[in-house]
Design a protein around this ligand. Structure first.
Ligand code: BES
Ligand code: MN
Ligand code: ZN
Length: 498
């Protein structure tokens, strides 16, 4: 992790390898020595464009990077893109000390400024990410060693906590990306569970891991049915984050993350094209893992429990067949008509388990349906919520986190489409593909009862096809920023200082 600091010396007088200047169209007047170098180039117009200028001794910084912020109001996501583009533009150069100057921002109120600073730093650290663990011939680049943000003395008090939040969120995102990038022969259910167990080294967090026998004892028939085709035993992991003080110690927030380490579809086998992406079918679990690391890093005064149903979905002689009927932890039976609709099965047991924890709210994240990509394309997360306050909280987190969410319906008619003739429910709707985002969510709802609940379907945003200013191609850690920001906001709503 990079060292993060706030500096109040004018950036134009600060020595570093690169000075990043995010520039809004309506910025305040710049320091004359800075303005002279800026005038040497056309300022990029759009967030996500950046130019590198050699300063040739005109400034103490070896390079100046102009990063466009656009002409509109500066929202956190524009800032994240600008800083991300600047760091990307610096790739291949020797830069270990970077300063981000806030002098080119427009007038912002205190809260707006803090959110933009957080986003600038998040964008820079997120763009610096690379997954090079398994390359032996071309090792990974050196990461940014020192990142400073230059602010005026009046802004220092706001900038410092913003930087701490940025560091925690960026670490959460990069940890989740690492987990999603891990090849599926390495990140087996046991390996993922072991990784979550390492969080238990902190006394504020305790982790318990259930293996197959314990799950059988409890009656997690749906989770076990998905796991039974794999040589790798499933795990059910519970991670309790309990800070010394929190207003909700007896009513925790419960976060549930779909954690399928590889989804072949099972006997309802998926086509071969792009199947390797199914290694990221534990993206929901990765986001919950990331959010817990952020809660630890920020010492958030909130009780949070993470639940991880971890399985590999494989075909084979022992695998579940289409037509099998299983008994879920809730006691209700499910007719499995498509073994590729496995996420909802493991979540059914995890959500029912969550109900026993006296939750203030249950939130699940899952790479649940291909339909999410039909509905939204690669932009935006479908949000299903049984509780309007919870939906509003995610809609509040979205602007800061830069991950869009959009509410979708849980109409009772969808539940009707999940009626089975021989069991309590079927795992795919009678309309199969049509409306499957909603029918999948309705299936989950059947297992949460009346608890306040929100479900985020993150499949469509989980994998980046194109290069993006602060997210390289590949796994995006979708939902991680949103969930971490939701926890930060919740702690603030509960009265914790920023
Ligand atoms: N992990 C997948 C989501 C997915 C779907 C990823 C398509 C990539 C492409 C999920 O488990 C799944 O297979 N969903 C199915 C459900 C269907 C069988 C009802 C889907 O959405 O196609
Ligand atoms: Mn599937
Ligand atoms: Zn899946």
């Amino acid at each position: 992790m990079s060292a993060l600091t706030v500096v109040t010396t004018p950036a134009a007088q600060t020595a570093c390898d690169a000075l990043i200047l995010p520039l809004a169209a309506n910025h305040k007047p710049l320091d004359p020595s800075l303005a002279r170098v800026v005038a040497a180039e056309d300022v990029p117009g759009r967030p996500g464009e950046a130019v590198v200028i050699a300063t040739l001794g005109l400034l103490p910084a070896a390079r100046l990077v102009l990063a466009g912020l656009g002409a509109g109001p500066v929202m956190p996501e524009e800032a994240r893109r600008a800083a991300g583009a600047a760091v990307k533009a610096l790739r291949g150069r020797e830069v270990s000390r970077i300063v981000i100057d806030t002098a080119g921002l427009p007038e912002l109120d205190g809260d707006g400024f803090a959110r933009v600073v957080q986003a600038l730093v998040e964008g820079a650290l997120s763009a610096d990410y690379e997954f090079a663990r398994y390359r032996t011939e071309e090792p990974g680049r050196a990461r940014i060693a020192h990142l400073a943000v230059a602010v005026s003395t009046e802004r220092q008090a706001q900038a410092e906590p913003a930087l701490r939040r940025a560091g925690a969120v960026a670490d959460a995102v990069n940890a989740a990306r690492d987990l999603c990038n891990e090849p599926p022969n390495r990140l087996t259910p046991a390996a993922f569970a072991a990784c979550i167990e390492t969080l238990g080294a902190d006394p504020r967090l305790s982790v318990s891991v259930l293996g197959r026998a314990a799950m059988e004892e409890l009656g997690m028939g749906a989770l076990l049915a998905v796991a039974q085709g794999s040589r790798h035993e499933p795990r059910f992991v519970r991670a309790d984050y309990r800070p010394a003080e929190a207003p909700n110690l007896d009513a925790p927030l419960v976060l549930v993350g779909k954690s399928v380490t590889f989804d072949t579809g099972g006997i309802s086998l998926k086509p071969a094209l792009d199947m390797e992406r199914q290694k990221a079918d534990m993206g929901g679990g990765a986001a919950v893992f990331g959010a817990l690391t952020a809660a630890l890093a920020l010492d958030l005064p909130l009780a949070v429990i993470g639940l991880f149903p971890i399985v590999e979905n494989m075909p084979g002689g022992g695998a579940t067949r289409p037509g099998d009927v299983v008994r879920t932890l809730s006691g209700r039976t499910v007719e499995i008509l498509n073994t590729d609709a496995e996420g909802r099965l493991i979540l059914a047991d995890a959500l029912h388990y969550a109900r026993s924890l006296n939750p203030r709210a249950i939130i699940d994240l899952a790479t649940l349906t291909g339909a999410s990509s039909i509905v939204f394309g690669p932009v935006g997360i479908g949000l299903f919520a049984s509780d309007p306050a919870l939906a509003a909280a995610f809609q509040q987190a979205e602007a800061t986190a830069g991950e869009r969410v959009w509410p979708l319906p849980l109409w009772p008619e969808y539940r009707e489409l999940l009626r089975s003739r021989i069991a309590d429910l079927r795992n795919i709707s009678t309309t199969i593909q049509q409306g499957s985002m909603m029918t999948a969510a309705s299936f989950l709802r059947a297992f949460v009862g009346d608890e306040p609940w929100a479900h985020l379907d993150i499949y469509n945003t989980a994998w980046n096809e194109a290069e993006h200013p602060h997210l390289p191609k590949g796994p995006t850690a979708s939902g991680t920023r949103l969930l971490a920001q939701f926890l930060i906001d919740e702690a603030q709503r509960a009265g914790a200082p920023a």
